[in-house]
Design a protein around this ligand. Structure first.
Ligand code: ATP
Length: 677
């Protein structure tokens, strides 16, 4: 995740409400996010010296907590080294004062130098110890930083994997994820800033102590000198953070374009359709918009820094004039004035470092707070833990008047379109139940509700009368194996692509073999260059590519390996050849005979001939239910019958159009006919 200053991708000039041509053409509208709401929701955006100072203890505490979780010993080492470094600086300053006092005193020069020797030894010793402490701190920080980033990353990942599917598909949640990902790296940087803050704080305390002893008026003057730079740093941080928030989605879209150009799956289409130059052009146009924003940020930062430098110059002049006045009026001795100059320089440097580091800490903390906010949000949107146990051997699952609308899925009129409306149907266990219907009729949505991935908006899904909403979701998930249309093609070995179906126990080789045999994937694996160990991802060492149908066999094998009570197969044969398709349906029949429940979604209507029950959906509503015979023989008209007839006619036409030598015998067996359908 890159910050605005590092972004290489993004859109229109800031403030263009309707978005750039690229945004409109590719993404349907502007991607810039209005950060107005942030100002209300996140008080920390209102950066001020006071806000920063008052939240400093909390920020340091949260970083220390993370570091404590990551590596306690390293944290102790860094803390002790920083305090030691500060103490050596304080002693060093006092020793310098002693040296100056001795050298500028009256008497022979040899005596004066002799008198300064003990203090000089202190200066040397404190410098040496200080240097050792600094290197110990650097080593400890280097050890801590990656661990803190890992702990922070794990912190949000372990929550994100438990959120409802709905949250993962939600735009706002994603934006928070963008920021939180940056927050993990921010936590790492916070360690460095925290260390620097502790160091600068101790150094400043040492210089301030010495100055106050020399003359009480010097401390306020020192503070005055550092105020302008603090203001500038704060202002620039806030502008950067606001810009990051506003451009986060735009930056992600830009990265999407650049990543698409280098990914392996779209590579063939990019070449044959010559999409590359087109996408590259839009990537450039989006990047130019982003560069416009970077230029705006840089100009604003330069202006702020210029004003701050002018004010610092005036404040420095005032400080040195005051010192001169003290000297001239005899209030301060020359040796003391020398120490005061040294202490002022050292104090100003420490204070500037302190304020800059606190400011950086604060800026990083904004992202880390987003990470914390994500954790809170993920906790709120987590899949509930616990609940009633799912019946061991359920007999019937019933959808009762189920209505479901995808969140945020509203039409132009602003009204939401339900993907399922008032659906009431039965799924008897131990049977093959088929779901058929045209594209977008709600079949996949229905099985996702069944598997507990979404909750019905209205109505209920009952397992032997028990509302699924009250059931233990983890228990519910464990009852399902799923081969969805877009099952994941894991960029892992062939073996893992099957064994990932069940990861709550040790990998069982025999069961992997059995699952592969079941799905007809054994031969596919045998033909791979490294057999089971073949990595199924091009672009990695030894990576291998397999065909869509071969993937589908692995997907089926994975579902079989999972060995669950209910098998959901969504278009299981769309990429399979005729022989493999026949085999799959035969396997499904055998599973049902062995008592497994199979929920089959397919567009090949002849394939559902053996289903015990067929539900026909249309535009999110259940239109027909029955066996194949009931749906084709009895009704004079009906959706299923119409669709089936349409597919059958297409097959007959194809047969008639075939060359005489290729035409099948008139009495071609029914199985073959049904397969083609
Ligand atoms: N994740 C989602 N977010 C928003 N809307 C969705 C989502 N998934 C599906 N839809 C919408 O819900 C409706 C039903 O989709 P669904 O995938 O259930 O249909 P389907 O019958 O399985 O279609 P197909 O046969 O094409 O697979 C469609 O209008 C679709 O656009």
């Amino acid at each position: 995740m890159s910050r605005p200053a590092e972004n290489t991708s993004t859109t229109v000039g800031a403030g263009t409400e309707e978005g750039s041509p690229s945004e409109r053409l590719l993404f349907g509208g502007p991607l810039l996010h209005d950060t107005g709401w942030n100002k209300h929701e996140r008080a920390y955006l209102e950066m001020s010296l006071w806000a920063m100072a008052s939240s400093l203890p909390r920020l340091v505490a949260s970083t220390v907590r993370l570091a404590w979780r990551a590596d306690r010993r390293a944290l102790w080492a860094v803390g002790c080294a920083e305090v030691l470094h500060g103490v050596t600086q304080a002693i060093g300053l006092v020793a310098v004062n002693e040296v100056l006092g001795a050298v500028l005193a009256t008497g022979p020069i040899a005596d004066r130098l002799h008198a300064a020797v003990p203090a000089l030894i202190w200066v040397a010793v404190t410098s040496l110890v200080g240097a050792l402490a600094m290197s110990a701190s650097t080593a400890g920080t280097g050890r801590l930083e990656p661990k803190v980033e890992r702990v922070a990353t794990e912190m949000y990942l372990e929550r994100v994997i438990r959120v409802e599917l709905e949250a993962i598909e939600d735009e706002d949640f994603h934006r928070l994820l963008d920021s939180a990902q940056y927050g993990a790296a921010g936590a790492r940087r916070m360690i460095r800033y925290c260390t620097a803050v502790v160091g600068a704080l101790v150094s400043f305390a040492a210089a301030a102590g010495v100055l106050t002893v020399l003359h009480p008026a010097l401390l306020p003057l020192l503070l005055l000198m550092t105020l302008p730079r603090s203001w500038a740093a704060l202002r620039n941080s806030r502008t950067r953070y606001e810009s990051f928030q506003r451009w986060a989605q735009h930056a992600r879209a830009g990265r999407l374009l650049s990543q698409t150009l280098i990914r392996t799956d779209p590579a063939p289409e990019i070449r044959v359709h010559d999409v590359g130059p087109f996408l590259l052009g839009h990537f450039r146009s989006m990047s130019e918009s982003s560069e416009g924003e970077q230029t705006r940020l840089a100009r604003s930062a330069a202006k702020t820094r210029l004003i701050a430098s002018a004010l610092t110059g005036i404040a420095t002049l005032v400080t040195y004039l005051a010192l001169g006045g003290l000297l001239l009026t005899g209030v301060m001795a020359l040796s003391v004035a020398g120490t005061a100059v040294l202490a002022t320089r050292s104090g100003a440097a420490s204070l500037t470092t302190l304020i800059l580091q606190v400011n950086s800490l604060y800026e990083e903390a904004c992202y880390v707070m987003d990470l914390e906010r994500l954790c809170v949000e993920a906790h709120k949107r987590a899949i509930p833990v616990g609940g009633l146990p799912v019946p061991d051997q359920p007999r019937l699952i019933r959808f009762e008047d189920v209505t479901f609308t995808y969140p945020g899925d509203s039409g132009d009129s602003g009204t939401r379109r339900p993907a399922l409306s008032g659906v009431t149907l039965d799924i008897p266990m131990g049977k093959i139940v088929a779901l058929v219907g045209e594209n977008g009729s709600g079949k996949t949505t229905l099985v996702k509700l069944l598997a507990g991935l979404y909750q019905p908006g209205e109505g209920a899904i009952r397992w032997d009368g028990q509302d699924a909403g009250a059931l233990d979701r983890a228990d519910l998930f464990s009852r399902f194996a799923m081969v969805s249309q877009d099952f994941h093609r894991w960029p892992l070995t062939a073996r893992m692509n099957i064994a990932i179906g069940r990861t709550d126990g040790p990998l069982e080789e025999e069961r992997v073999e059995a699952a592969a045999r079941y799905a007809g994937a054994r031969k596919v694996v045998e033909e791979m260059p490294r057999g089971w160990d073949t990595l199924l991802s091009r672009g990695y060492k030894g990576g291998h590519q397999i065909s869509g149908g071969q993937w589908q066999k692995l997907g089926l094998a994975r579902a079989h390996y999972r060995d669950a009570q209910i098998l959901i197969v969504d278009e299981p044969t769309s990429a399979l050849d005729a022989r493999a398709e026949l085999e799959v349906f035969e396997q499904i029949r055998q599973l049902a005979q062995a008592g497994q429940t199979v929920l089959l979604i397919t567009h090949r209507l002849a394939s559902v001939r053996d289903a015990d029950l067929i539900h026909v959906l249309e535009k999110g509503r259940l239109r027909e239910s029955g066996t194949f015979e009931e749906l084709t023989d009895n009704p004079p008209v009906g959706i299923f019958r119409d669709l089936y007839e349409m597919q059958r006619r297409q097959f007959v036409d194809e047969q008639a159009a075939a060359l005489p030598g290729q035409r099948k015998p008139a009495d071609a067996d029914a199985t073959e006919t049904s397969r083609e359908l």
